[in-house]
Ligand binder design. Structure first.
Ligand SMILES: C[S@@+](CC[C@H](N)C(=O)[O-])C[C@H]1O[C@@H](n2cnc3c(N)ncnc32)[C@H](O)[C@@H]1O
Length: 257
C-alpha cells in the first residue's frame, strides 16, 4: 500500500530550475490554432497554465494521480483549462488531442514500449507528442537511494522494491517515434547544470521528487531513518564544494504525426 507523499511546497523549492526544461520542451511544440492539449502528470497545474496560455489552446486538460499536487490546481484554472485526477497509465478519455504533453512525469510509469503506443493513440491526425524525462539515474543521488533501499531494515519494509529506472536510452525513443509513424521528430539529451548552495541542497532536491516514492512506501515511522541513512551514504560522495555544482541529465522528445 502506498500513500500520496507528493508535497507541492517542497517540489516548488527548486521551481525555477525545474521549470527550465519545461520551457525548452514547450519550444519544441509546433503551435497550431485552437489546439486540444493533454498534460499528463501535470502536478500543481502551474506549468499547465503556462502551456495553455503560450499555445493559446482551445482546451487543455491536466491529469495527475496526486490529490495533494492537484489540490493547488484550482488557483490555475482558466477558460478552457481544467484538471482531473487520474493515472497516466490508465488515461483513456476525451481523445483525440492535438498535443499530448508530459514534463517530468513519465519516468514514474513502467514499460514505455507499451505506454508510448497508447499515448500516440490519443492523438488526432497531425498530432504532436512532447515529453521531457529526467535521466539522472546514474548520478550518486539516485545510486545512494537504491543502495540504502536494498539494505536492512528497508529492503524488508519495501518488499524488495527499489525505485526502478523506466527511462529508455534516448535512441530507443527515436526508434519508438519512427515505428509509431511520427513524420518529424527531435530527441535530445541535455545536461542541465545547477549551482546549489551546498551538497545538502541536492538532498533537498531529490527529497522533492524520487524520495517521495520511498516515503510513500515506508511511511512516517521508517522514512526518517531512511533519510538519515541516505544522507550518511550520499554526502561523502558529493564532497564539500560550496556552492555545489549539480548536473542533471534529461531527455527532451518531440514527435509530430
Ligand atoms: C516531477 S512532478 C512534475 C509535475 C509537472 N509536470 C511539472 O512539470 O511541474 C511529477 C508528477 O507526476 C505525477 N505522477 C507520477 N506518477 C504518475 C502516474 N502514474 N499517473 C499520474 N501522475 C503521476 C506526480 O503526482 C507528480 O505530480
Amino acid at each position: 500500500m502506498t500513500s500520496d507523499a507528493w508535497d507541492p511546497s517542497r517540489y516548488a523549492k527548486f521551481g525555477a530550475e525545474r521549470a527550465a526544461p519545461f520551457f525548452d520542451l514547450l519550444d519544441l511544440v509546433e503551435p497550431r490554432p485552437g489546439m486540444r492539449v493533454l498534460d499528463l502528470g501535470c502536478g500543481t497545474g502551474e506549468l499547465t497554465r503556462a502551456l495553455h496560455e503560450r499555445l493559446r489552446a482551445r482546451e487543455t486538460l491536466g491529469v495527475d494521480r496526486s490529490a495533494k499536487m492537484l489540490g493547488k490546481s484550482a488557483t490555475f484554472v482558466a477558460p478552457g483549462l481544467r484538471f482531473a485526477e487520474g493515472t497516466i497509465e490508465s488515461y483513456a478519455g476525451d481523445a483525440p488531442f492535438d498535443l499530448v504533453f508530459s514534463n517530468a512525469a513519465l519516468h514514474f510509469v513502467a514499460d514505455h514500449e507499451s505506454l508510448w503506443p497508447r499515448l500516440a493513440a490519443l492523438l488526432a491526425p497531425g498530432g504532436q507528442l512532447a515529453v521531457q524525462l529526467p535521466a539522472n539515474q546514474d548520478h550518486p543521488t539516485h545510486g545512494a537511494a537504491r543502495e540504502v533501499a536494498a539494505g536492512p531494515p528497508f529492503a524488508a519494509a519495501l518488499g524488495g522494491w527499489v525505485h526502478p529506472t523506466h527511462v529508455l536510452p534516448p535512441e530507443a525513443y527515436a526508434v519508438l517515434l519512427h515505428r509509431l509513424g511520427f513524420a518529424r521528430q527531435t530527441v535530445r539529451l541535455a545536461v542541465y547544470t545547477h549551482l546549489l548552495e551546498s551538497p545538502e541542497s541536492a538532498v533537498e532536491w531529490v527529497r522533492g521528487s524520487i524520495l517521495t516514492e520511498y516515503e510513500s512506501r515506508l511511511g512516517p515511522e521508517l522514512f526518517p531513518e531512511f533519510l538519515a541513512s541516505y544522507r550518511a551514504r550520499l554526502l561523502p560522495r558529493l564532497g564539500e564544494e560550496r556552492p555545489y555544482f549539480f548536473t542533471f541529465k534529461r531527455v527532451l522528445i518531440h514527435g509530430a504525426l
